[in-house]
Design a protein around this ligand. Structure first.
Ligand code: NAP
Length: 398
């Protein structure tokens, strides 16, 4: 492979120096998958790393860029083939491993995420780590009971990458969104992406009492410091505060009052090592969140839907003896004009605790079509709608 262009960060005489250079693959940190990078993006952390304003790199020199999307060029990891469209976010990129600001990246197979359906490399990086983090925050808040009916969500650092995408996502999900911004000139922009109110950061009275009057049902905080302290004092009973960033300060000075008197939950969000719903143990990858879609050929070609489904469950149990059918957990459904069966199973989750597996089966001329929707038991109710929408979208090409 000829040499390629990379944006590389050095430490020289205790100063950070970053520049474009020509590199070869041998200059990059070791990994099983070589990716031809199509896009990366610029995050708060990337700016800290490249300017030296924050200590991000723990090894020098390194190619910058905490995320990337591209196409696999070569792979010694059997899960990935040349030509696969993939993305990588976080892990060690631009900390101890060369990152996304180069025409090629070489990364560990466990960090690689197949490009999700409906998303291309440009969109993946337009959303980027900022969008992924905003999504994670909202997911975790909703997992802890946040709903649009409970009232407005305040988003701080609103004009930033995470803030803007959080506003967009929250308003699309039906939340009333209050944006806190230090930029008076951005009010129209913030309204255009879904904020119903904009609070100028400089005009906020942070107060000093352990509990102030309730103003919000929940919060997405990118700022930290006195802003986060104020949020703990002003979020309503059982509200969730997602703590994402420290654009203002890494400090937090509060009391236990919001937590014990209002039941407020402070949720830490870390996009860095999210496992994308899978856990790798002993070389095999287990799905903890997601869907598996396949065909099964029953023992008897004449089997009806119920006996073919029982046959499939028997095979699933042989592969994983901890699979058990939930009592009374089977119902008839119509899928794409055909009779289907949904059978509720349970298993142990690779994320710990129990897992709910909803098994949808439909008899087709080529065998038993099945779709297993997998989620940890306590999160299943939250993801049930998604399963329903996936089931409703099934179409058969005869
Ligand atoms: N936990 C994670 O996994 C994770 C992932 C991504 C990012 N982050 C962190 O989240 C934060 C936001 O990231 P980003 O990518 O959205 O950054 P960004 O695009 O640079 O936006 C940061 C925003 O914070 C506000 N801000 C800047 N300086 C401030 C100050 N001194 N006091 C108060 N507000 C200030 C500004 O918004 P306004 O002018 O509108 O107020 C700015 O647009 C950063 O701290 C970043 O490190 C964490």
């Amino acid at each position: 492979m000829p040499s390629f262009k990379a944006f590389r960060i050095h430490e020289q005489e205790k100063k950070i120096v970053a520049r474009f250079e020509q590199l070869t693959l041998d200059d990059l940190a070791a990994g099983e998958v070589v990716i031809r990078v199509a896009y990366s993006d610029i995050n708060y952390k990337d700016a800290l790393a490249a300017t030296g304003a924050g200590k991000i790199l723990r090894r020098y020199p390194l190619v910058g860029g905490i995320d990337l999307a591209g196409v696999v060029e070569s792979s010694s990891d059997p899960r990935y083939q040349k030509g696969d469209s993939v993305l990588v976010t976080g892990n060690a990129l631009s900390e101890t491993h060369d990152g996304g600001y180069a025409e090629y990246a070489r990364v560990k197979g466990d960090w690689v995420i197949p490009m999700p359906p409906g998303i291309d490399e440009f969109t993946a990086m337009a959303l980027g780590t900022a969008g992924f983090t905003a999504g994670l925050a909202i997911h975790r808040m909703e997992h802890n009971g946040q709903t649009p009916q409970k009232g407005p969500i305040v988003v701080t650092g609103a004009t930033g990458g995470v803030g803007s995408l959080a506003i967009d996502m929250l308003s699309a999900r039906g939340y009333e969104v209050v944006a806190v911004s230090g930029k008076a000139s951005s009010t129209d922009y913030l309204r255009s992406i879904g904020a119903s109110r904009v609070l100028p950061r400089q005009e906020i009275n942070f107060g000093s009492r352990p509990l102030e009057s309730v103003q919000f049902a929940g919060a997405v905080d990118n700022v930290g410091g006195e802003m986060l302290t104020w949020l703990t004092r002003t979020v309503d009973l059982w509200g969730n505060i997602a703590s994402i960033g420290l654009a203002g300060s890494a400090e937090l000075k509060t009391t236990v009052m919001p937590f014990i008197l209002r039941g407020v939950r402070l949720i830490g969000v870390n996009s860095d090592n999210d496992s994308s719903g899978t856990v790798t143990q002993g070389g095999s990858t287990q799905i903890g969140y997601g869907a598996i879609l396949s065909y099964f050929v029953p023992e008897s070609r004449k089997a009806d839907l119920r006996s073919a489904t029982d046959d499939l469950i028997h095979h699933l149990k042989a592969d994983n003896p901890r699979t058990v059918a939930t009592p009374g957990g089977s119902r008839n459904v119509r899928i794409a004009g055909s009779n289907g069966l949904v059978t509720m199973l349970s298993n142990s989750s690779p994320f710990g605790g129990s897992e709910t597996d909803a098994l949808l089966t439909v008899l087709r001329p080529q065998g038993l079509f099945y779709l297993v929707f997998v989620a940890p038991e306590k999160e299943y109710p939250l993801l049930q709608d998604t399963f329903q929408r996936m089931s409703d979208s099934v179409r058969f090409r005869d």
